[in-house]
Ligand binder design. Structure first.
Ligand code: ATP
Length: 212
């Protein structure tokens, strides 16, 4: 099962966690195999795309049999580094940040928020959802070298300067929940999730394309 990961297209890679979550559920309910049609129905990705995606993983479904759940699961576990715990930092312990600290990411994947930063004296020194909160002044000193991912839930106007510091400290990926568009070097990966925009876009689509 030696698959060259650089050959997996990015769009396919993005769907991996989705497939993984569903297959884990199937596995715990005792299912040994699954068809692309069943998968398609559950994860809402058309079955041709699923078949193409899975062919990159070396998983070739058999007609009338489908895919072997165990094979796929062990592939996903390996590819998504599920045997290894990924520690993540969170900057900005406001409403959204606090919710993330309480959220159990381990339910669905092997990531955990291990450290948080804020500037609010009331929060600094406390533990929220079992995660210690440090002052942002101590970012460089306290952020461990093995933490290379950060979740950004600070006010937009401070997002860029914090991002610059995070990158200097060795952060490689940022999940940006602020509305700020961040400028970063090419090798840094930013995933931007603007909840307000997503919500507005949903409402717009419901209004203007109600039947699609
Ligand atoms: P949210 O946007 O998550 O609902 P909120 O409305 O509670 O949060 P915001 O003003 O957006 O509050 O701030 C989010 C958090 O970021 C707060 O806990 C605030 O103390 C913190 N914060 C503000 N400025 C900075 C900064 N420069 N560095 C780190 N944290 C900051």
């Amino acid at each position: 099962m030696n698959i060259d990961q650089s050959k997996i297209p990015q769009a396919t890679a993005k769907r991996l966690p989705l497939y993984y979550r569903f297959l884990k559920n199937l596995h715990s309910s005792g299912k040994q195999r699954v068809s692309s049609a069943e998968l398609s129905d559950a994860v809402k990705v058309d079955s041709a795309t699923i078949r193409r995606d899975f062919s990159y993983f070396g998983a070739l479904g058999k007609k009338g049999y489908g895919y072997n759940v165990n094979y796929l699961l062990s592939f996903f576990r390996k590819t998504l580094d599920q045997d290894e715990m990924t520690k993540v930092s969170l900057i900005g312990v406001g409403n959204l940040g606090t919710a993330f600290l309480h959220y159990n990411f381990l339910k669905n994947n092997n990531t955990v928020i291990s450290i948080a930063f804020d500037i609010d004296e009331e929060k600094i020194g406390s533990e929220i959802g079992g995660v210690p909160v440090y002052g942002l002044d101590h970012l460089e000193a306290e952020l461990p070298d093995d933490v290379t991912v950060a979740i950004l839930t600070v006010p937009a106007q401070v997002a860029q300067s914090i991002t610059d510091r995070l990158i200097k400290k060795g952060i490689k990926g940022i999940l940006n929940f602020t509305p700020a568009r961040l400028s970063v070097p090419d090798e840094i990966r930013i995933h931007h999730i603007d909840l307000a925009v997503e919500l507005q876009s949903l409402v717009y689509f419901l209004k203007h394309y109600p039947n699609e």
